[in-house]
Design a protein around this ligand. Structure first.
Ligand code: ADP
Ligand code: ZN
Length: 741
């Protein structure tokens, strides 16, 4: 018997080992084993068992099996295979990515604590023997009984009015017992979670739940796309679907785009299901992550809520995968393997098999398209809970605003309309949210004399000026330099800060509304989860009147007292050279607008723009997804963009421009003849972001409806390209890229 073992080496291949007779029957797929590689003993995972190996005469034997807690969950092996093949990734890379590092490394232990418990004979507190104890000792035993009969040793002294010696004596006398126990590190340890009850569903919610229950009961269900407007009560539908899944004795996974940005959503799962919920996200300590993962693998937790990687939670009886905000690009991993967790969720659903529920107010066009061709089942919830109207959206044309300025009057990025609505809201003690998807103070620093523009040396982008720290910051590589007082090129002191970000919006807002309490939420001000929680708490209590923010405030927040939402500049995204720019703009306006009017007072949304006639803005104004879809799709079809085709991006990066270009050309020369005639090829060419973090970037884009044909050719081309061409600059393959940059 032979085993194929994957090590964490950048070789891209598995290696054959002999299974020694004493391990036969014990080694199975996903086993973590030790084996000699060259002259080092390494750990690896068994991915295949076979009778025959072409290296049989030279194969080394496997040395031993490593401990059970670090094995790769066998139920995920097929999924790993799929990711390897679809995303052109290596087995080792995928296997290593699907297991949390802390589990893989195996250095983490369960935390143990010493507990003190009442011994059986302490239960009869009327016995003569008990009565014979000193009053102090009796008191200790009675207190512990009142506290439930068991306490961690380190809490014991604080809880009872006695010293160490008394407790020691009680242990020796057989009244108390001491034992070591596993203590789970609970990410919710410091939060008070109030339990809630299932809500009575609206007609639309009931219909949605019914479809999902049918899917849960079906042997091979189709994925369901739940298209529900913001505030339609999608989360309640998720919760009750999960209840049904638990009742069937099965487990559930809930994916949320970025857990740090959706604390309210996570809390709602914990409120409904308490300890059955595990959370998995990057904010956990290693110890917490280790405990949550082992809780899932051991069946002590039934629901995993988390970002992207929670999809790989090692449940044994998975019944349902929910993907909330399924259109979000954060589901796509931007390093190898470049998988999209939404799409892989659908595949895991097919393999288990289990039900998959994708939810969004603005579905990805790919997902909606999949409904029209019968791949997914569409369920719609077009109304808000309690028939609250969607807030009216007003487009304000900033060109007219500027044209109407009188002589000498200075323009502002607050339109008159938005300013008036904010005044009114403040007067009524309502709250306001202002959105701008750009942080910092100014986006460019230019010399008025020579035209010099400050740009990053490592990246082909301009620096952003941050006023509070008086620095220039590159938003791509985080290089920080002192802001110059005069032009570094010609020495002229007359330099201009152009464009604006949230920092500037904040300072102008404070100046225009001096009596309002203003806070800003972006990655400059929110340096940890705690600062984020504090601002949200203050906003909830009404200690903040105007909340300014980026992406961070766009999603999932539910503050009933917010009546005015302003989008300062809605065209930022529209001007990007990306075929999804209209789609993203539509999504963003819909999501941000959804923050308004969630309570008893109606909301209003002002969208400031210089291109009010753009169809993405016009359809977003009417909050008409179907109309946007109908206008966007013919263009996608005519130009051959997804969902009618698939894209594959091939990237070549090097600190030397020459090397990147040469690798791209060498690879292209081999690839081109392997591609079928229907594949359109762009490049090789410098990528739109030609330099990033000090590395030059060359790119090729492939486009065809036949994704498997393209990826097969790409893989074959790697094998056939002369080794020396790709040794320094390996090809990075991104299948179905989300951003073209
Ligand atoms: P969505 O996720 O679709 O934006 P939410 O799930 O956040 O919507 O629901 C919006 C609000 O309506 C929440 O405050 C939620 O508690 C409430 N809600 C949801 N379903 C019901 C229901 N059936 N009855 C009463 N309130 C509900
Ligand atoms: Zn940079």
């Amino acid at each position: 018997m032979f085993a194929e073992v994957a090590f964490n080496l950048a070789t891209g291949t598995c290696f054959d080992y002999l299974v020694p007779p004493e391990l036969e029957g014990k080694i199975h797929l996903g086993c973590r084993v030790r084996a000699l590689f060259r002259s080092n003993e390494l750990s690896g995972y068994v991915l295949k068992l076979k009778e025959y190996s072409e290296y049989s005469s030279r194969a080394n034997p496997i040395i031993c099996i490593e401990d059970a807690s670090r094995q790769f969950p066998p139920q995920l092996l097929k999924l790993a295979d799929w990711i390897v093949s679809y995303y052109c990734a290596s087995h080792e890379c995928v296997i290593w990515n699907l297991l949390p590092a802390v589990v893989r490394k195996g250095e983490m232990q369960h935390r143990e604590a010493v507990y003190i418990d009442l011994a059986p004979k302490s239960k009869d507190q009327g016995s003569p023997e008990f009565q014979a104890l000193t009053p102090k000792r009796q008191e200790v035993l009675k207190t512990l009984t009142r506290l439930g009969g068991s306490l961690p040793a380190k809490e014991m002294l604080g809880a009872v009015d006695a010293g160490d010696s008394v407790i020691k004596a009680l242990v020796e006398g057989g009244w108390l017992t001491k034992s070591k126990r596993v203590e789970e590190r609970d990410p919710f340890a410091n939060t008070v979670v109030q339990r809630d009850k299932p809500k009575e569903l609206t007609t639309e919610q009931s219909a949605a739940l019914k479809s999902i229950v049918e899917a849960l009961d079906a042997p091979r269900p189709k994925p369901i796309l739940l298209h529900g407007v913001t505030g339609s009560g999608k989360t309640e539908v998720y919760l009750q679907s999960i209840q049904h899944c638990l009742d069937q004795g099965r487990d559930a996974i809930v994916l949320v785009p970025e857990i740090a940005l959706t604390p309210q959503t996570v809390l709602r799962f914990r409120q409904r299901f308490g300890d059955l919920v595990s959370v998995l996200h990057s904010g956990l300590t290693d110890g917490q992550r280790f405990d949550e993962w082992t809780r899932i693998a051991g069946g002590r937790s039934r629901i995993a809520v988390g970002a992207r990687s929670a999809l790989f939670a090692p449940f044994h009886h998975l019944g349902l995968i929910v993907v909330d905000e399924e259109h979000e690009s954060t589901y796509k991993q931007d390093e190898m393997p470049h998988y999209n967790a939404r799409d892989v969720a659908v595949v895991r659903g097919m393999l288990e098999p289990c039900a998959v529920l994708l939810g969004s107010a603005t579905p990805a066009l790919e997902s909606y398209y999949n409904c029209t061709i019968g791949k997914y089942h569409l369920v719609e919830m077009p109304s808000r809970i309690d028939d609250k109207p969607l807030p009216p959206i007003e487009l304000v044309d900033m060109r007219l605003e500027r044209a109407s300025l009188k002589e000498g009057e200075k323009g502002s990025f607050f339109s008159k309309r938005l300013k008036m609505l904010i005044d009114n809201a403040l007067h009524d003690k309502h709250q306001v949210m202002l959105f701008l998807n750009r942080r910092g103070y100014a986006t460019t620093l230019t010399c008025n004399q020579c035209g010099y523009t400050a740009s990053c040396e490592n990246c082909s982008v301009t620096y952003t000026f941050h006023r509070k720290i008086n620095k220039l910051v590159c938003h791509h590589c985080n290089t920080v330099i002192d802001a110059p007082a005069k032009c570094p090129d010609c020495g002229n002191p007359d330099i201009r800060f152009g464009g604006y970000g949230t920092e500037r919006v904040e300072s102008v807002t404070r100046a225009i509304f001096p009596n309002a309490m203003v806070a800003r939420m972006d990655s400059d001000t929110m340096t940890n989860a705690e600062s984020y929680r504090k601002v949200l708490e203050a906003f909830k209590c009404g200690n903040i009147d105007i909340l300014i923010g980026t992406q961070m405030i766009a999603k999932g927040l539910d503050f009933p007292n917010v009546t005015v939402v302003g989008i300062i500049q809605a065209d930022i995204g529209l001007n990007l050279p990306d075929f999804r720019s209209a789609e993203r703009t539509f999504d963003l306006i819909t999501q941000v607008a959804g923050r308004a009017g969630r309570g008893d007072n109606p909301g209003r949304v002002v969208v400031q723009t210089c291109t009010p006639d753009n169809y993405a803005l016009a359809t977003a104004q009417r909050q008409d997804f179907a109309a946007f879809y109908a206008q966007e799709m013919p263009g996608r079809q005519a130009l051959g963009f997804p969902p009618y085709t698939h894209l594959v991006e091939l990237l070549f990066r090097s600190e030397k421009e020459e090397e990147a270009a040469q690798a791209a050309q060498a690879y292209a020369a081999v690839l081109m003849p392997l591609l079928k005639p229907d594949v359109q090829v762009l490049g090789p060419m410098p990528a739109p972001l030609a330099k990033l973090q000090g590395r030059y970037r060359y790119q090729m884009l492939l486009r065809s409806a036949d994704i498997r044909g393209m990826t097969a050719a790409c893989k074959a081309a790697i094998a056939q390209t002369p080794l020396k061409a790709l040794r320094k600059v390996p090809v990075e393959i991104d299948v179905d890229p989300r951003f073209l940059q």
